[in-house]
Design a protein around this ligand. Structure first.
Ligand SMILES: *Cc1c(COP(=O)(O)O)cnc(C)c1O
Length: 360
């Protein structure tokens, strides 16, 4: 068996101990005589899995009883529609455009009502987070929407926007469980888990319970009504059972490590190794305004497309894979999620240093 250092933006690296445990339990989950994949979602044994996953998640993020935790399907992209369907009572909402995922959510919302651009960093290829301290939020807006960590461009909000009392909805797909959060600041916090938490196919949504009502836009499908999912403990229909089981193992892994503050320290340490090198290198440059840098996604360029391509090719051959930047940005991007070990980042930086010397 040979494992690479996988810098994919998503689906992404998972903790090896989680994969090993899942492999050990593959044929016979704790004496049940079957794999978790083969189990009824209505069985006692599966009910324990999903309930324990929710308990551990709540404990990690410190979520009070005022909030529901839902395990959903459809990816973050389906949730782009669920937000207006469930929240756009006045058919008007504000969106902050910090990259492609925020823009897609914004465009989706326009199918249901008036989506207003409150601020944008499109003028400088989304290389920074705009000033969000005094946004043109009007009284009739149902919510304010952000994408908190911009996976493609590598920016992250260091301070949440002043929503002037409006509900904050945040897509945290690529920074889920990477650091502690104050959930009370959010109306809705959600993400696809395939970046930092588990396998593709699961969305976790944390929703303030008073926002879960029957009062949704006409025509909202039963399954996409948060009330349906909430009333049925995410088991209205068959949930993504195996994915939730793996997420549960990742929650335990983070708990064993010491929780989200320890996770944050580790992530800061890893990111610093890479950013410090990018700041001192004469060949590689980070593309993001330093104050807005993400701890999870680190885009960088040489300024020469041929050299970028040579780097990606040689890095791949050396076991550092998925470093090619997103097709809309070019260059490189190293995603260094929770499960990327410190050694992986150190080894990547060593490789970059050697490449810089060899290609002067
Ligand atoms: C990957 C990603 C998405 C899209 O996720 P899907 O699950 O593929 O729909 C949305 N938002 C962010 C921030 C992402 O990183």
């Amino acid at each position: 068996m040979s494992r690479v250092y996988n810098f994919s933006a998503g689906p992404a690296v998972l903790p090896e101990s989680v994969l090993k445990e899942a492999a050990e339990e593959m044929m016979d989950y704790r004496g049940s005589g079957m794999s978790v994949m083969e189990m009824s979602h209505r069985s006692k044994v599966y009910d324990d899995i999903i309930k324990e996953a929710e308990r551990d998640f709540r404990e990690l993020v410190n979520i009070s009883d005022d909030y529901a935790v839902l395990f959903l399907q459809g990816g973050a992209s389906q949730f782009f529609a669920e937000v207006p369907m469930n929240l756009m009572k006045n058919r008007k909402a504000g969106y902050i455009i910090t990259g492609q995922w925020a823009k897609k959510a914004f465009q989706e919302a326009k199918l249901y009502g008036e989506a207003v651009e409150l601020a944008s960093s499109a003028d400088k290829t989304f290389s920074y987070i705009p000033d969000v301290s005094d946004l043109p939020i009007t009284d009739d807006m149902d919510y304010v929407y952000i994408c908190e960590n911009n996976t493609i461009y590598g920016t992250k909000y260091k301070k949440l926007p002043d929503t002037k009392g409006k509900i904050l909805v945040s897509d945290v797909s690529s920074c889920f469980l990477s650091e502690p959060v104050d959930i009370t600041k959010y109306g809705v916090m959600y993400g696809g888990v395939q970046k930092n938490v588990g396998p593709a196919g699961v969305v976790i949504a944390v929703i303030r319970k008073n926002l879960i009502t029957e009062d949704v836009l006409p025509g909202t499908p039963t399954l996409l009504k948060w009330k349906t999912q909430f009333d049925n403990d995410s088991l209205y229909n068959t949930p993504p059972t195996y994915g939730i089981y793996i997420c549960g193992k990742v929650f335990k892994w983070i708990k064993d490590m010491g929780g989200l503050s320890v996770m944050k320290e580790k992530n800061e340490e890893k990111a610093k190794i890479l950013y410090d090198y990018l700041d001192e290198s004469r060949m590689f440059k980070g593309t993001v305004v330093p104050g807005d840098r993400s701890l999870m996604n680190v885009p960088f360029v040489t300024g020469n497309e041929e050299l970028d391509a040579k780097f990606v090719k040689e890095a791949t051959a050396a076991g550092f894979v998925n470093l090619k930047g997103h097709r809309t940005v070019g260059g490189m991007r190293a995603s260094i999620y929770n499960a990327m070990p410190r050694e992986g980042v150190v080894a990547l930086v060593d490789f970059m240093k050697k490449f810089e010397v060899d290609n002067k």
